[in-house]
Design a protein around this ligand. Structure first.
Ligand code: ZN
Ligand code: ZN
Length: 409
C-alpha cells in the first residue's frame, strides 16, 4: 500500500509540481536520507520523458561538521564549479525539484554569524539561478519527505519508526496523495483558490489592516499594480507548474516602505536548522525598527541584519485558520507546511511576478515601485483563530477580508 502511495506522490511531483517536458533536464536537490524516494522520482521523470535527472546530494550532518570545524576562509568563497552547476542547468532550461526535510535543530549551537555569512556568499554567487526561479523562468517545486530526526521532532512521543510513518501519513494528506486521483484533486483545489484570487485582485486594496489578541496591529500598504497569486505558476512560455506542494496560500507583495505597526509571530520558524519562536517585529515606514524573540533572538538578529532588504517585508500571504493543513493541528517545524497552515509574511525579497510587469523591471524600477529586494526570503506565521483583516480601498472604503481567522466573504 505504502509503495503505491509513494509512487503516486513521485508522479504527482514530477507531473503536476514540475510538469516535466520532453527532453528537459531535472535537477533534484535531495538530502542523502531521502535517496530511496529520490531514485523513485528519477524513474518517474525518465518515464515522463526527462533527458537526464541530476541530483545534488546534501548531508546536513556533514554541513554541521563543516560549520563547526572548518577554517573561517572556507566561508568567504563559493566554489566556482558549484555556481556553474546551478547556473548552467538553469540556462539550459532545467526544472528544479527541492526536497525540504531538515532536522529543525540540526544547527543548534553553530555560530549564526558563520551561517549568515555563508548564506550571503552562496546567495550572491548563484544570484542568476535564484532570480530565474523568482520570476518563474525555470519551473521549480519544493516538497518534503520525512526523515527520522525531523519526524521525531514533530511527534516526540512516538518511536522513530512510528514517527516517520505518521509524518508520511500527514504529508500524503496535505498533498492529496491519499485521494483517488491526486492530479484531479489538485485541479479542484486550484479552482477553489481562484475564488479568493478573484476577490482580492478585483478589490485592489490599498491597505490591509491586521489585528488580533496576540498584540498584532499592523497596517500594510499594497503597491499599485500588485497581483495576488496562488495555486499554480506559469513560465513565460506558458508551462504550468506548482512551486510549493502543499500550497494553501494566496499571496502578493507589500509596498516596501508602506508597513507600519507591530506584528507577533504565531508559530515557531525553522531557520536553516535553528528555531526562532515567540517573536515580535515593529515597523516604521516599512523598516523593522525594533524586534525581539523569546527563543532564537541571535538567529533572528542575523536574519534581519543580512542586508538592507532583510529589514523590510517581501510577501503578504493569506491562509484561512480552518484550512486543511491547519486543521491537522500539527506543528511541522518546516515552513513549507506551517506557512500553508497560517497567514504569513516574509522578511526579505519580494516575488517580482507579484507586480504588473515585474519580470521586466530593473533594480531601480523595483525600488521605485516599492518591490523589496534581498538575499533572504524567510516566511513567518502570524495567523490566529481571532485574526481580523480589514481591506481599505483607494477611496477609503473598509471591507472585511478576514473575520475570526477565516475569509470574511
Ligand atoms: Zn508564502
Ligand atoms: Zn514565502
Amino acid at each position: 500500500m505504502k509503495q503505491v502511495l509513494l509512487k503516486k506522490y513521485a508522479r504527482l511531483l514530477v507531473k503536476s509540481g514540475i510538469n516535466i517536458q520532453k527532453n528537459q533536464v531535472l535537477v533534484v536537490s535531495s538530502p542523502i536520507e531521502c535517496a530511496e524516494f529520490t531514485r523513485m522520482i528519477a524513474e518517474v521523470a525518465y518515464e515522463e520523458g526527462a533527458k537526464e535527472v541530476v541530483v545534488s546530494w546534501s548531508d546536513e550532518l556533514l554541513t554541521r561538521i563543516k560549520y563547526i570545524k572548518a577554517p573561517e576562509e572556507v566561508f568567504n568563497e563559493y566554489p566556482e564549479w558549484q555556481k556553474d552547476f546551478f547556473v548552467s542547468y538553469a540556462r539550459q532550461g532545467a526544472g528544479f525539484l527541492g526536497i525540504s526535510a531538515s532536522d529543525p535543530e540540526v544547527m543548534k549551537g553553530v555560530s549564526p554569524e558563520r551561517m549568515a555569512k555563508w548564506g550571503k556568499v552562496s546567495g550572491e554567487a548563484v544570484k542568476e539561478y535564484r532570480d530565474r526561479l523568482m520570476i518563474n523562468k525555470n519551473v521549480w517545486c519544493v516538497a518534503s519527505i520525512p526523515t527520522k530526526p525531523w519526524a521525531k521532532k514533530v511527534f516526540p512521543n512516538l518511536s522513530e519508526e512510528e514517527a516517520v510513518e505518521k509524518l508520511w501519513e500527514n504529508i500524503f494528506k496535505t498533498v492529496r496523495v491519499d485521494m483517488e486521483d491526486p492530479v484531479e484533486a489538485w485541479e479542484e483545489h486550484k479552482s477553489n483558490l481562484k475564488k479568493s484570487l478573484d476577490f482580492l485582485n478585483n478589490s485592489k486594496f490599498k491597505f490591509l489592516h491586521y489585528k488580533n489578541s496576540l498584540g498584532t496591529d499592523l497596517k500594510i500598504e499594497l503597491p499599485e499594480g500588485h497581483i495576488w497569486f496562488g495555486g499554480s505558476d506559469y513560465t513565460p512560455e506558458g508551462v504550468e507548474f506548482i512551486a510549493n506542494m502543499p500550497t494553501e496560500e494566496v499571496f502578493t507583495l507589500p509596498k516596501k516602505t508602506g508597513v507600519n505597526g507591530v506584528v507577533k509571530s504565531s508559530k515557531p520558524i525553522n531557520r536553516n536548522g535553528n528555531i526562532i519562536d515567540k517573536f515580535s517585529l515593529t515597523f516604521k515606514d516599512g523598516r523593522i525598527v525594533d524586534f525581539s524573540a523569546e527563543c532564537g533572538s541571535d538567529v533572528l538578529k542575523t536574519l534581519v541584519e543580512t542586508d538592507e532588504g532583510s529589514l523590510y517585508l517581501g510577501e503578504v500571504a493569506l491562509v484561512p485558520y480552518d484550512s486543511p493543513i491547519s486543521k491537522l493541528g500539527i506543528l511541522f517545524y518546516n515552513t513549507l507546511f506551517d506557512e500553508n497552515a497560517s497567514c504569513h509574511l516574509a522578511i526579505g525579497n519580494a516575488y517580482p511576478i507579484c507586480i504588473r510587469n515585474g519580470e521586466n523591471m530593473s533594480k531601480e524600477e523595483f525600488e521605485k515601485a516599492g518591490v523589496n529586494q534581498s538575499l533572504v526570503h524567510q516566511d513567518f506565521m502570524i495567523g490566529t483563530r481571532d485574526l481580523e483583516i480589514t481591506g481599505i480601498t483607494e477611496a477609503g472604503e473598509e471591507i472585511p477580508v478576514f473575520k475570526n481567522g477565516n475569509f470574511a466573504y
